[in-house]
Ligand binder design. Sequence first.
Ligand code: PMP
Length: 407
Amino acid sequence: TAGLDVMQIRKDFPILQQKVHGKPLVYLDNGATTQKPQVVIDAEARYYEVYNSNVHRGVHHLSQVATDAYEKARHIVAGYINAAHSHEIIFTKGTTDGINLVANTMSRRFLKAGDSVIISSMEHHSNIVPWQMACEESGATLKVIPINERGELLMDAFEAMLDDSVKIVAVTYVSNTMGTINPVQDIITLAHARNIPVLLDAAQAIQHISIDVQALQPDFLAFSGHKIYGPTGTGVLYGTTEWLQKLPPYQGGGDMIKTVTFAKTIYNELPYKFEAGTPNIAGSIAMGTAIEYLQKTGIDKIQHWEEQLLTYAMQELRQIDGIRFIGDAANRSGAISFLVHNIHPFDMGELLDQQGIAVRTGHHCTEPLMDLFKIPGTVRASLSFYNTMEEIDKLVAGVKRAASMLL
Ligand code: PMP
């Protein structure tokens, strides 16, 4: 089978055609957010131009068109991750929102003093803080899976942490800072053997790795639309029917109810029980379009090209004098974090920016991980299938050039 025609694909993304500081933009900050193809921008605009209307409310024509488009997006998401039912797809504002939904409702119904919650050392703040809040409210204890110096989870330690006190395991599928792909299948199998549910933070996995929730069997899986070529302010929480029925509603309001009296409210069925208020209709529809775009392009082709880019980038960066990778896992995807000699990541980032190269510098919302490695931050390059080998060459040349100026 033929690979991706990357030059053709790049034409679908208007933003990639621009220059920054007089240099062609080399966008390597895809872990922070991905760029949007024209079809996604058009889908969002079309809603407002042609059928802007509230969903699930009106009998009138436009409301039905909007509702159909919104529910079609839910079907597209369900198909993409192979959910058994589209009511297992809850539209959210993003990964953060989805994790907060689970942490909040879980702690209200299922956590008490003496219980514990397991996360890992490489979590994004959005998969740490909601659990800290849940533990604070309920009196449960937060436990953290350690990692080795390559940035890989210590699975023996994880297994030893699993006891009757553990009420949920919440881990990231792929590290946003180091690119480590965690052995999520093993994590789920070990947890399920003790009837412990697992939440996967798929914010950095969903755009790189094909995910089949019926095969993998996470109890919850959260991701953001804006990291999968869709709009900001959109996202998905997948949950099994069993768990979504067991959890109480997150927020109260319109749409999440069946009947309301001042004496008692009957909650709506799934997925509406968790979608209080007018949602981001245009955004969710456009997120569906983004997923269709990926499916049309071919997830396998995307994965294959991104692996080639990553392997080449690691191989070329490794030759740079004084480079140190933060996270050097055997199994990885998406992001590469590094430092060169004692150069501050911010200085490196600024000099790369002057060459039109967009990378992220800092702690990447993983401060505890930075503390473990005893560093203030890293330079992070994160890849998408619209990146080219030439762009990797530019990054490597840019890092060398910056290093020669700063050392
Ligand atoms: N988890 C991971 C692993 C992430 O990379 C991010 C975004 N950087 C998030 C959670 C939070 O996503 P959002 O800000 O879109 O809610």
